[in-house]
Design a protein around this ligand. Structure first.
Ligand code: MRU
Length: 354
């Protein structure tokens, strides 16, 4: 893939993204300069996937700060906060969004004695650091994940937790990409992922571009593929992981975990530590985004497939009980049960290194 998924063009004060709603048909790069365009791009999933949303928000907030005309810290901070609040209201579930915005705000608060110009300079560096870290973190997830796989394995994945959802490598797809660099031959089954088809449109697109053997299946075919003995591991990403290891990810993930347990297949969640939310005690504390009915009744199809006026339930995410999760693969290694202890230890290790 010779395009950026999410980047900064500072010279033109633009957030650069590939429009994921146009894939796989067209690769369209957008240069977003107005805040409203950036907010809309996150809300409408032109840029999506927890880590990519975090990076886009950091760059978006830097661009907002750059455009503020204020000499005093108080005046600057007032406008900065308004821009931050607007970005925070775009999507509720992926905690990476809030994590990135908090990091940016900390830079401002720690620099309150400095001239506004210097604060803007520091925000530029922080936004780029968040982006660069994403690349390193995903690579480390890939290295830890690859140790759990064998050449020739069949891998089932859900939604898109690949390069398109991050800056590079992805989370759940990172072990696959790193394995391919070493000559492993995996056979990947990509759930189409109703209703927005991130698996069929995005995962299949990016894996095929990389030459990975990829088969798209409808979401209701996963059990059949497992019964056939074609799946040796399930790898998924996450939008938020609670302190007890409950995993919030794209709707349908939890059903896959239940199937994997039934068929004795390991179920791994690949996620950076920025996706762990120790303030959420369990999955019940994670807000689940509800999205428009039209995504279920008509989007992506030329003809309406449900009767006019029918009731629709369209939660974008679900919670996988931690008891179903074999391991959570982070950049610091693999957390295992009991997750209350292992995730806390990983977060402490991270804090110690900062
Ligand atoms: O609604 P989306 O497409 O943003 O949901 C994305 C997912 O659920 C991904 O699996 C998750 O963000 C992990 S991305 C590395």
């Amino acid at each position: 893939m010779n395009f950026e998924t999410v980047a900064l063009d500072d010279k033109n004060s633009a957030l650069v993204i590939v429009d994921q709603t146009r894939l796989p048909g067209e690769v369209v790069t957008l240069r977003l300069t107005r805040q409203q365009e950036i907010l809309d791009a996150i809300r409408t999933l032109k840029v999506r996937g927890a880590p990519a949303i975090g990076v886009a928000a950091a760059i978006g907030l830097y661009l907002a700060a750059k455009s503020i005309c204020a000499d005093s810290f108080d005046a600057f901070y007032r406008e900065f906060r308004a821009a931050k609040d607007a970005l925070a209201a775009t999507r509720p579930t992926a905690v990476n969004l809030f994590w990135a915005l908090e990091r940016m705000e900390k830079v401002v608060l720690d620099s309150r004695e400095l001239p506004v110009l210097e604060i803007k300079r520091r925000l530029y560096s922080e936004a780029l650091a968040i982006r660069e870290e994403d690349i390193k973190v995903c690579r480390a997830i890939g290295e830890h994940g690859l140790k759990l796989l064998r050449d020739g394995d069949g891998i089932l994945t859900h939604c898109n937790a690949g390069r398109l959802a991050t800056v590079q490598y992805g989370t759940a797809l990172a072990p696959i990409y790193l394995g391919c660099e070493k000559g492993y031959r995996f056979r990947v089954f990509a759930d189409e992922t109703r209703p927005l088809l991130q698996g069929a449109r995005l995962t299949a697109f990016e894996l095929a571009l990389s030459g990975v053997d990829t088969t798209v299946i409808c979401d209701n075919m996963a059990a059949r593929v497992m019964q056939n003995g074609w799946v040796q591991a399930v790898l998924v990403g996450a939008d938020r992981i609670a302190a007890n290891g409950d995993v919030c990810n794209k709707i349908g993930t939890s059903a896959l975990a239940i199937l994997a347990q039934h068929y004795g297949i390991p179920f791994y969640v690949c996620a950076p530590t920025s996706t762990i939310d120790l303030n959420a005690a369990t999955g019940a504390d994670i807000p689940i985004e509800q999205r428009p009915d039209s995504e279920v009744t008509e989007m992506w199809f030329e003809q309406r497939m449900a009767p006019e006026g029918v009731k629709v339930y369209n939660p974008a995410f679900d919670i996988t009980d931690n008891a179903l999760v074999t391991g959570i693969i982070t950049e610091y290694g693999v957390a295992r049960q009991p997750y209350g202890e292992s995730l806390k230890a990983i977060c402490e290790q991270k804090s110690a290194q900062e």
